[in-house]
Design a protein. Structure first.
Length: 161
């Protein structure tokens, strides 16, 4: 069958940035399984896979806007060190969940200068074009249970009993 809304797609992938660095890959592991049409993978890749079948290999260049979005300078904020009370020494690279008006958001400490800490709420891949090399290994219909849950069960899927 073809990749379409509510199909379960299994694929192997290698993700590189424009510098050619490998950011992620399923090589040597189970293929990734995802439920198509639910926004479970980046939208640019989902669009490119529409209508494809098992055995298809493709290279997809996804612009930042169709991956993790443009880098948003307003998500970079200065926070006084006292806001991190009880955490001990705060260092660049540490990750926290910040409570924001839009709900919890993952932030990373990008800089520590004196008593001011810079946190960045952008996705680590925001502002980056992504290049996917993909091989589709299987396409099947989702079960009713998978559709209810919004994710794939079984090999490569969501690990819950
Ligand atoms: Zn489930």
């Amino acid at each position: 069958m073809q990749v379409a809304r509510d199909a379960v797609v299994l694929l192997h992938y290698t993700l590189t940035n424009d510098a050619g660095e490998v950011l992620d890959s399923s090589e040597g592991a189970e293929p990734l399984a995802y439920l198509h049409g639910g926004g479970n993978i980046v939208v640019g890749l989902e669009e490119a896979l529409e209508g494809k079948v098992a055995g298809d290999k493709l290279s997809v260049a996804v612009p930042a806007e169709k991956a993790y979005g443009a880098h948003d300078a307003s998500l970079i904020q200065q926070v006084p060190k006292r806001a991190f009370q009880g955490i001990g020494e705060v260092k660049a690279g540490m990750r926290f969940t910040a409570q924001t008006e839009q709900g919890p958001r993952q932030v990373v400490v990008s800089r520590v200068v004196g008593d001011m800490i810079t946190v960045d709420g952008n996705h680590p891949l925001a502002g980056q074009a992504l290049n996917f090399k993909v091989e589709i290994t299987d396409v099947r219909a989702a079960t009713d249970e998978e559709l209810t849950h919004g994710h794939v069960h079984g090999p490569g899927g969501h690990p819950h009993g």
